[in-house]
Design a protein around this ligand. Structure first.
Ligand code: SF4
Length: 329
């Protein structure tokens, strides 16, 4: 009875407060599957508000799986430009091709089949199962984790472990409206149970929440801080042109245009005198020494890009940040 009340309360709140997001539009099941697939790829590591304009543009240009499977890499990258984590776009296209060749063009609806597709792991397969196929699964994203930790007041290392959180999800029970229910719990985390200053007075779980009773909202995180890595970026330029190379050396920003770079030891980095730049990546904090060479150098895979053409070229924001830094000096 208690669980039934919880799902009813949450869904009542959701029906009255959910955001109108482009991938939530009422549409055919086929479109819903495609929209869920694209949005879940885009939402990996990226906030909803940043994804919305990209999603809308993407769907306008690539309205279905078939078109996605045959889109040129250049067009795909242009549509993804600025969203970051470009391997997601490449995996999305590979996934579209595989769905057409192995699943008759239909997004598979089992976890194993979904996980056999490039770029789809435990979380994304759960989200697709719940959202597109209405399966009674609650995907454990950062928002759901936070709500669960607060409602049940989970603090110890074991209590906040993934293994325990998976078990504790049973607190929410299930609903026949599984798709809405999964999105509703995520939405509470995103809109109400915020990391700082949760809006408990608006929360459908306020009567069940132990953190609220104790007036202690501190969330223990198991995230380790990122590893710091050191790089030397070599800026070869002639007049207004700068040498860029296609990156096939580092695991990040694969096949995208970057300045020629080397990873260096901390000691060597500290010995450099001159301009530096810090860039945060998903799995590391990069400290970059900007080494301006004032001459050109022939490098395999390299070409000279005119500074005035930066905006017409598909460049990761990583490279644009370095361009900005150079331009300011
Ligand atoms: S009552 Fe407050 S702390 Fe508890 S789940 Fe709701 S928003 Fe989060």
């Amino acid at each position: 009875m208690k669980k039934l009340n919880i799902s009813k309360k949450i869904l009542f709140w959701y029906d009255n407060n959910k955001r109108s997001l482009p991938w939530r539009k009422i549409t055919s099941q086929k479109n819903k599957n495609y929209y869920t697939l694209v949005s879940e790829f885009m939402l990996q590591q990226t906030q909803v508000n940043s994804v919305i304009p990209y999603f809308e543009n993407f769907i306008k240009e690539i309205p279905n799986l078939k078109r996605l499977s045959s889109i040129s890499d250049q067009k795909l990258m242009k549509l993804w430009e600025g969203l970051g984590y470009y391997s997601r776009a490449r995996n999305l296209k590979k996934t579209a091709k595989k769905i057409l060749s192995n699943f008759n063009g239909n997004l598979p609806s089992t976890k194993d089949d979904l996980k056999s597709l490039p770029g789809i792991g435990e979380y994304t397969s759960s989200a697709i199962m719940a959202i597109a196929f209405n399966k009674p699964i609650i995907p454990l994203d950062g928002n759901v984790e936070r709500v669960l930790k607060r409602v049940l007041y989970l603090k110890t290392k074991y209590e906040i472990s993934k293994e325990n959180l998976f078990k504790k999800k049973s607190f929410f029970g299930t609903s026949k409206r599984s798709s809405d229910y999964a999105q509703a719990i995520m939405e509470i985390g995103a809109l109400i149970c915020k990391p700082i200053s949760p809006l408990c007075y608006k929360c459908p779980l306020k009567k069940n929440c132990i953190s609220l009773k104790k007036n202690d909202f501190y969330i223990k995180s198991k995230n380790k801080s990122n590893k710091i890595k050191y790089f030397e970026a070599k800026i070869y330029n002639s007049k207004n042109k700068y040498l860029l190379i296609k990156n096939n050396k580092f695991n990040f920003l694969k096949n995208l245009l970057i300045f020629p770079m080397d990873e260096v030891k901390k000691e060597k980095f500290q010995s450099f005198v001159g301009r530096r730049l810090n860039i945060k990546m998903s799995n590391m904090d990069m400290k970059i020494f900007i080494n301006k060479k004032n001459k050109t150098n022939k490098i395999k895979n390299g070409f000279m890009l005119d500074k005035n053409n930066i905006h017409n070229k598909i460049l990761p924001s990583f490279t644009k940040k370095i361009f900005d830094t150079i331009s300011k000096h």
